[in-house]
Design a protein around this ligand. Structure first.
Ligand SMILES: *Cc1c(COP(=O)(O)O)cnc(C)c1O
Length: 448
């Protein structure tokens, strides 16, 4: 019988995170202060001291505290699967593997950092975390993280998702968090947006402004971000550290690695541990996939921009569509972010990764094909990556190459079935790249 599932023993589990900043051929551009444009660090009033240290650390491995390892072991290691049935369905000589983060209690990779951020906040004597969420995956991860660590949690959820996905809100509330739709009247940033656009569908940038303002106004509260920042990407490297050992057991090494990118954390978590090999000359093609409706890496210019719409965060050097850009309401809510993790942008600048954009109807078609072959209904976000691995596997069929393809499958789509319903009943529309709105937003990016 062919083996389809690869795991790790307790002893083989990573006990440290991998910090790519130790190995980058050129250092990352610094964060800049939003007012003075001088190099700065993350604001100590918003982030745990340990996370601020991790953000700019150049130590190669950072040890995971014992208590966190215990909690992480509740769902880690996550399985690596060989997609034998999908290979047969595609009639491809390619070997397809996928690393599945959907087995976490909240159904995605986001818990890998949520629990860590709650832990370090408590270490500083903090009682409460404020955050934003798009599709609700991050909010539910932080809600569970806070409940395990013993903190309160307030979540500002992008309004379009709040309305489309009530089950995510209920999950957050079950874990004891408070969840409200953003823009809200709880903050000045929210009230300002509502006064000019009372029907605003919201965006991640807006919700970030609200959560940051909430945390700034309270001494007992830190802010938590589910993606983008260096420390978040580092917490996710458990995915890639595990996958390297798991795929080694199969006697293979990936020729192609594919992941979806919203802020870049699941993709980075999977690929970063492969970067040292790539820098030593090992050939591995690394592909980031994003929505055609919010094509940051494929179409955005490389600029210093804010992480949020109100301009409260430090400026980050990244590919951006402009911090005031509101992406069309595609169903992959977790990919509707105007910018991209500075580390991912840096790798793109250095030519170490490439990027593609896909339309939502074709990604659901690929997700349906994957579900029927593998029995997992993927979240709409990783469905973008599934489209690309299927394309690559079909190229192998034409050329006869037996490439090894690795997919980062960041989560399941059990809370996204309404999106599948829209797809199955032929109600999905593809959004063209909104040129004019991007131009408008780019005009508002600060000149640095
Ligand atoms: C949030 C989310 C994403 C997008 O965020 P990244 O930081 O780019 O990983 C992708 N997939 C799933 C399942 C998510 O929950």
């Amino acid at each position: 019988m062919e083996t389809t599932k690869f795991t790790l023993s307790e002893k083989e589990m990573p006990t440290s995170w991998y910090n790519v900043q130790a190995d980058l051929p050129q250092p990352l551009p610094p964060l800049l202060h939003p007012g003075t444009h001088e190099p700065t660090v993350l604001p100590p009033s918003l982030f745990a001291s340990e996370l601020i240290k991790q953000e700019s650390s150049t130590e190669r491995f950072i040890e995971i505290p014992e208590e966190l390892q215990q909690i992480l072991h509740l769902w880690r290691p996550t399985p690596l699967y060989r997609a034998h049935r999908l290979e047969k369905a595609l009639d491809t000589p390619a070997k397809i593997f996928y690393k599945y983060e959907g087995v976490s209690p909240v159904g995605s990779h986001k818990l890998n950092t949520a629990i860590v951020q709650a832990y370090y906040a408590r270490q500083d004597g903090i009682k409460r975390l404020a955050t934003e969420t798009g599709a609700g995956q991050w909010g539910s991860a932080l809600a569970m993280g806070c409940s395990f660590i013993g903190l309160e949690c307030k979540v500002y959820m992008v309004r379009v998702s709040y309305n489309q996905k009530p089950y995510r809100r209920i999950l957050m509330e079950t874990f004891g968090a408070t969840c409200i739709p953003s823009p809200s009247s709880d903050t000045q940033a929210g009230r300002d947006i509502l006064s000019t656009d009372p029907d605003s569908s919201g965006s991640l940038g807006m919700a970030i402004s609200e959560a940051v303002e909430d945390a700034m106004n309270r001494d007992d509260t830190y802010y938590a971000l589910g993606s983008v920042l260096n420390h978040v990407l580092m917490h996710q490297t458990l995915i890639g550290l595990e996958v390297k050992k798991q795929i080694e057991k199969t006697g293979n090494y990936p020729d192609i690695l594919v992941g979806c990118v919203g802020g870049g954390s699941n993709f980075a978590g999977t690929l970063l541990p492969f970067i040292p090999d790539k820098l030593k000359g090992r050939e591995i093609q690394i592909i980031a996939v994003e929505p055609e409706a919010c094509p940051t890496l494929t179409k955005g210019p490389d600029l210093y921009d804010f992480g949020d719409v109100a301009g409260l965060t430090p400026l980050m050097k990244m590919f951006t569509l402009g911090h005031t850009f509101v992406p069309p309401p595609v169903h992959a809510g977790g990919l509707r972010y105007h910018g991209m993790a500075p580390i991912i942008c840096h790798l793109r600048r250095l030519g170490l990764i490439e990027a593609r954009a896909e339309h939502q109807r074709s990604i659901f078609q690929s997700a349906e094909q994957f579900a029927r072959a593998e029995g997992i209904v993927p979240a709409p976000e990783p469905a973008h990556a599934i489209k690309v691995i299927i394309d690559e596997a079909l190229k192998c069929k034409e050329s006869g190459e037996t490439k090894t393809i690795l997919l980062a499958l960041s989560g399941h789509g059990h809370f996204d079935l309404a999106s599948y319903d829209a797809y199955l009943s032929n109600k999905l529309t593809d959004y063209e790249y909104p040129h004019e709105k991007v131009e408008e937003a780019l005009a508002k990016v600060p000149k640095v």
